[in-house]
Design a protein around this ligand. Structure first.
Ligand SMILES: NC(=O)C1=CN([C@@H]2O[C@H](COP(=O)(O)OP(=O)(O)OC[C@H]3O[C@@H](n4cnc5c(N)ncnc54)[C@H](OP(=O)(O)O)[C@@H]3O)[C@@H](O)[C@H]2O)C=CC1
Ligand SMILES: [Mg+2]
Length: 428
């Protein structure tokens, strides 16, 4: 049976003589092109308020249907080259008049109103990591978070102790937004995003972020009935703080074979200091038995990042759900790379050498799964970590683990404040 997402695809190309899956393949080729493409070039969804009982920020829809159908109608147009050439406006930014900014406080209040029946959220504090390199510029706050794809949470993950009501998207999305609004990162690196076009891109762009999405070529979300499209990595940065210098969507390879895992790497320039750095987001292959595959994907990513940073001349931050414990080969590749990377969350440990005991904690049919899989790597000579957001304690997480009524994902968010070191030249 065709999923709602597949039906939407067909509905936007009624004359198209292909089955939904074939169309999906064509669509992916249309988006990605032979070397991978830039989804950010697609038109942005312009929300219009239709909410009831709210000012409409959270329950907005696009003026021409919802985000997904608008996207795929745009894609259908880009597939038809003559239409695209007659309507080049489909490939340029929307009229800025329609991107009315949102007051973050107003959005936070709307989230809180939606979540009024939920238990109080957890208090997490930033740990000051006192470095002796004072910087005249404001720090760069980076958030890494696997937010849990809605389709996977409801249809595949088997979180046996998590009540289905806790996963309801209209509320869970508010918990995710609340977390983002609570810490206000300058850069947001997300995995398992399957609500980019209808939720995160329209809302975050109105909060001042520029976003890029790169879906997995064969997202497991597409197997789930009533899915909302493929999941993938998303990268957002605040436009008033950074200028985009270049952007690459990378489909990871393992021993030269193309894989189902992706990364986004962007070079940004700080508007205050003029300094450039590279930020990357990835989500490596999951599950035990795939350690060598992950290791190969990590090597490919490191090679790509070597090229993008011109042999480590540009400072680098890599955020990801590596699906690998610190004992795995892929972790060791990153820790010993010639890119001179350190893992930021090690700095929370007493000796600065140990990763946290967990970044994800859930209960599946197979039992309890408590692992350290998520990391923020950074160029250790060029950058300093000024502070990091503490993780939740076992007591806060509670006996049913994650996700829960007061935390929306099975992975915890990681948040760090970085500053540039003064004299990094030659030390990168
Ligand atoms: N539509 C199609 O034609 C095709 C579909 N597929 C689908 O894609 C899947 C493989 O894709 P791939 O990208 O390699 O997926 P992965 O193995 O990387 O895992 C996909 C997702 O499953 C989650 N996951 C991890 N462990 C478990 C578990 N024990 N139970 C349930 N979910 C888990 C992961 O979450 P986390 O990272 O948080 O652990 C991850 O987001 C196949 O299972 C198939 O369903 C594959 C090929 C073609
Ligand atoms: Mg997952």
């Amino acid at each position: 049976m065709a999923s709602r997402w597949q039906q939407r695809l067909v509905s936007v190309v009624p004359s198209c003589d292909v089955c939904p899956l074939q169309f999906y393949v064509l669509t992916l080729r249309g988006i990605l092109g032979p070397k991978g493409g830039q989804l950010q070039q697609l038109p942005r969804c312009v929300p219009s308020p239709v909410g009831v009982g709210h000012s409409g920020l959270l329950f907005s829809a696009c003026s021409m249907g919802n985000g997904t159908s608008r996207l795929y109608s745009a894609l259908a147009k880009t597939l038809n080259s003559s239409a695209a050439s007659q309507h080049p406006e489909y490939l340029v930014s929307p009229d800025p008049e329609h991107l009315e900014p949102i007051d973050p406080k107003e959005l936070l209040e709307e989230c809180r109103a939606v979540l009024h029946t939920r238990p109080p959220r957890f208090q997490r504090d930033f740990v000051d990591l006192r470095t002796d390199c004072p910087s005249s510029h404001p720090p760069i706050r980076v958030m890494q978070w696997n937010i849990l794809a809605q389709a996977l949470g409801e249809g595949k993950d088997n979180f046996v102790q998590c009540p289905v009501e806790a996963l309801k998207w209209e509320e869970r999305k508010c918990l995710i937004l609340e977390e983002i609004l609570a810490y206000q990162p300058d850069i947001l690196c997300l995995q398992e995003v399957d609500h980019y076009f209808d939720t995160f891109q329209p809302l975050l762009s109105r909060l001042g972020y520029q976003g890029t999405f790169f879906p997995k070529p064969w997202s497991p979300c597409l197997d789930v009935e009533h899915n909302n499209g493929p999941d993938g990595c998303a990268l957002f940065f605040l436009q008033n703080r950074f200028k985009l210098v270049n952007s690459a969507n990378i489909r990871l390879t393992a021993m030269t074979l193309k894989t189902n895992q992706v990364a986004i790497a962007q070079t940004l320039e700080c508007k205050e200091s003029g300094r450039q750095f590279c930020i990357a987001v990835t989500h490596l292959k999951a599950r035990t038995g795939w350690e060598r595959f992950r290791s190969a994907q990590g090597c490919d990513l490191l090679q790509n990042l070597q090229n993008i940073t011109q042999g480590a001349k540009i400072p680098l931050i890599v955020c990801g759900d590596f699906n690998a414990e610190p004992t795995e080969e892929v972790y060791k590749h990153f820790a010993s790379s010639s890119l001179n990377l350190n893992s930021a969350y090690k700095l929370l440990s007493a000796d600065g050498q140990s990763e946290p005991p967990y970044t994800t904690w859930k209960i599946r049919t197979s039992g309890e799964c408590r692992h350290t899989l998520d990391y923020i790597w950074y160029s250790k000579h060029a950058l300093s970590v000024k502070s990091a957001l503490d993780l939740l304690t076992e007591e806060q997480i509670g006996p049913n683990r994650l996700p829960s009524f007061n935390y929306p994902s099975d992975h915890l968010s990681l948040v760090c404040d970085f500053s540039f070191n003064e004299e990094p030249d030659g030390l990168l």
